[in-house]
Design a protein around this ligand. Structure first.
Ligand code: BJW
Ligand code: ZN
Length: 242
């Protein structure tokens, strides 16, 4: 398919859309200083996902797992949202259906004042009890080596690990947004992790136009209507209708 490269045309498409769904990934937070997962400087170059981001890894060594998540919490607490986050928050303030589906667990979209954020992979600021299932927010800079629930159960990070199902209510919101949008904007994701990546073909099959923003080509790049090669911090502000 011929790729439309004009930022102006994509901005106009977004300006005219009655309903927008956005799907973001780690690349959107990269310019804030949050490491991505894949790629040369990605977390998975330094750490093995099977050692840290699976339920089996947590069962085997919860202390090691919490050490990694506590380190990431500290890192994220020390950074700020970047122009890409702020552009998406501004795009939402246009009085039409707008859903920001994010795979990110860092909470930076909310800190940039985005409102309708659907966190399909959970939040690093949420803790969940492995015994009673209670969930709570904890924004503290430091956590105990092994955080516990008031019921005495061991707490785990409220994120979605490999091999785990996504929260059905949250996933239903993401699917609904993908199926009902006129335009889907996909930014900063390698689009290799499912089912999140499947939201893009779902939107397309439902008739949406798709705009991608990424510094590299992804498995989606061939199927989208507009593929912009560049950083989300630079391109997303250009897509806001001012
Ligand atoms: C920039 C930039 C800049 C850089 N500007 N761009 C179908 C097919 C194959 C496999 C599966 C399938 N269905 C399910 C699976 C298994 C698995 C999966 O997808 N595996 C594949 C990786 C092979 N999925 C699951 O297990 C999911 N669960 C599930 O399906 O449940 C049903 C089930 C149950 C039991 C058995 C089987 C199925 C759960 C997936 C959970 C993913 N969890 C993580 C960790 C979250 C917690 C944490 O943060 O620690 O989520 S993994 C990690 O990857 C994290 C991310 O949200 C996710 C996606 O990564 P993302 O955001 O795309 O980041 P990167 O680093 O990959 O890419 C960054 C991109 O940004 C790059 O493209 C850069 O170029 C770009 N970039 N700087 C713009 N400045
Ligand atoms: Zn509990």
């Amino acid at each position: 398919m011929a790729k439309e490269t004009s930022v102006n045309a994509a901005r106009e498409l977004l300006a005219k859309a009655g309903s927008i769904a956005v799907l973001t990934g780690a690349g959107v937070s990269a310019e804030s200083g949050v490491p991505t997962f894949r790629g040369a400087a990605g977390l998975w170059k330094q750490f093995r996902p099977e050692d840290l981001a699976t339920p089996e890894a947590f069962a085997r060594d919860p202390k090691l797992c919490w050490e990694w998540y506590s380190w990431r919490r500290g890192l994220i607490a020390g950074v700020e949202p970047n122009p890409g986050h702020f552009a998406l928050a501004e795009m939402e303030q246009r009085g039409r259906a707008f859903t920001l589906i994010t795979q990110n667990v860092d909470g930076l979209h909310q800190r940039a004042d985005s409102k309708n954020v659907v966190e399909v992979h959970g939040s690093i600021w949420t803790l969940r009890c492995t015994k009673c299932g209670k969930e709570w927010q904890d924004l503290s800079a430091t956590l105990p080596a092994l955080p516990h629930c008031e019921c005495g159960g061991l707490a785990r990070p409220g994120v979605v690990w490999f091999g785990e199902n996504l929260n059905p209510q949250i996933w239903a919101k993401a699917e609904h947004a993908a199926q009902s949008c006129d335009v889907m904007l996909v930014a900063g994701t390698s689009a290799v992790v499912y089912p999140a990546a499947g939201l893009v073909p779902l939107a397309r099959a439902s008739g949406a136009k798709v705009i991608e923003v990424n510094i590299e080509a992804t498995p989606l790049s061939e199927m989208v209507d507009y593929a912009f090669s560049g950083s989300s911090g630079a391109i997303l502000p250009q897509l806001v209708d001012r």
